[in-house]
Write a protein that binds this ligand. Structure first.
Ligand SMILES: Nc1nc2c(ncn2[C@@H]2O[C@H](COP(=O)(O)OP(=O)(O)O)[C@@H](O)[C@H]2O)c(=O)[nH]1
Ligand SMILES: [Mg+2]
Length: 346
């Protein structure tokens, strides 16, 4: 009897013991993941070079001659962060905690001070980063509406996002909701062809809500997983634009309850603190559920990400790091902080 039980247990354990092959496979796949992550981080660091170098050049001059950490050093650092577009309110919050620590003599050298700043920044960035809804949803089509002013990178980001989802095996469809200019429809059409993603369009000048209405219908029929809608960033007046976006939103909601499931605002990182105002205007008019920050490769003031998250409490979903379709990444706070504050090899 006891022997039987013993046999049973050991045969069960056998199932848990992995063969050499299986062990190798697991090690290989986690190694592959790790090296992929390394490549991603390297690109990320490279593209954020301007922000990092801007920061370090000045930081080195602050710490020249290994100065002690005193109120002068803190003041200069605060100024530097503000100049990197992290924003006064955000920097104030970070430094009130840092100053406490300095007072309690917890930060004795530059290394400890930098680690503390990194930790505070990371804490801030992680506050608003909830898991994206599309990752665990039975909503189909999952509808994402893009909004933002002209030239920020909406159409390009839609192409990038479409490609991102397509690479995950999802069925994607685009909607040319920017009917204000013919060129805007053509631009999305070019991307759609290149990426082999279906596109719904009307002619230029058509009512955007009518295009969206057709697209939602078509996406439902064609078993589309993700429907991404482009919109105009400029109309004759700002009031009209907001009214038009509200109408598009209502049209979608009438067809599918609780849709659009996400409303992404696209912000150009090179516009600095101005971007914040844009988030507020669109948020107040149509509601916004997430931010896409573009052109981080073209600015030395990438600190704007921190300020935007801190002031809006909205998650930054993706960042744009160039004009190509792959110059795009989900926003990961830790990677971001490491890329802007970490020295080579750290
Ligand atoms: N360097 C860089 N350029 C970008 C990025 N995203 C978009 N652009 C460029 O910004 C310009 C405007 O983009 P577009 O998508 O047409 O903006 P839209 O008017 O908001 O639709 C184009 O020349 C894009 O190639 C980015 O992340 N980095
Ligand atoms: Mg556009």
């Amino acid at each position: 009897m006891l022997k039987d039980i013993f046999n049973k247990i050991s045969s069960k354990n056998q199932d848990l013991i992995l063969s050499k092959d299986e062990q190798k496979k697991i090690t290989e796949s986690s190694d592959a993941q790790k090296s992929e992550k390394k490549v991603v981080f390297k690109t990320f660091r490279e593209r954020l070079k301007r922000t990092r170098e801007n920061f370090f050049r000045q930081m080195d001059s602050i710490f020249l001659g290994e100065r002690e950490i005193d109120s002068d050093v803190l003041e200069e650092l605060e100024e530097l962060l503000v100049m990197s577009d992290i924003g006064v309110a955000t920097v104030d919050e970070i430094f009130s905690k840092i100053k406490e620590k300095v007072k309690r003599r917890e930060l004795s050298d530059v290394g400890a001070l930098m680690s503390a700043i990194k930790e505070e920044l990371l804490g801030l960035l992680e506050q608003s980063q909830n898991p994206p809804k599309w990752e665990d949803t039975d909503k189909k089509p999952y509808i994402i509406l893009f909004v933002g002013v002209n030239g920020v990178g909406k159409t390009t980001s839609i192409a990038k996002l479409g490609s991102y989802f397509k690479n995950q095996g999802k069925r994607v469809m685009f909607v040319a909701g920017d009917t204000f200019r013919a060129a805007a429809i053509e631009q999305l059409e070019t991307w759609a062809k290149r990426l082999e993603i279906p596109l719904i369009k009307h002619s230029s000048g058509a009512d955007p809500s009518a295009v969206v209405f057709d697209a939602v219908e078509s996406a439902s029929k064609k078993d589309i997983d993700i429907l991404i809608i482009d919109t105009a960033g400029r109309l004759h007046t700002k009031i009209n634009l907001m009214e038009e976006l509200k109408k598009i939103k209502r049209t979608i909601g009438k067809k599918i309850e609780d849709a659009p499931h996400d409303i992404f605002i696209v912000i150009d990182a090179t516009t600095g603190q101005n971007g914040l105002q844009q988030v507020f205007s669109f948020r107040d008019a149509v509601g916004v559920t997430g931010i896409l920050l573009t052109k981080l490769d073209s600015t030395a003031k990438g600190g704007i990400v921190i300020s935007i998250i801190h002031q809006t409490h909205l998650p930054v979903r993706f960042i744009g790091l160039g004009e190509g379709v792959d110059d795009f990444q989900p926003f990961e706070p830790e990677m971001f902080v490491d890329a802007i504050l970490g020295r080579e090899g750290e």
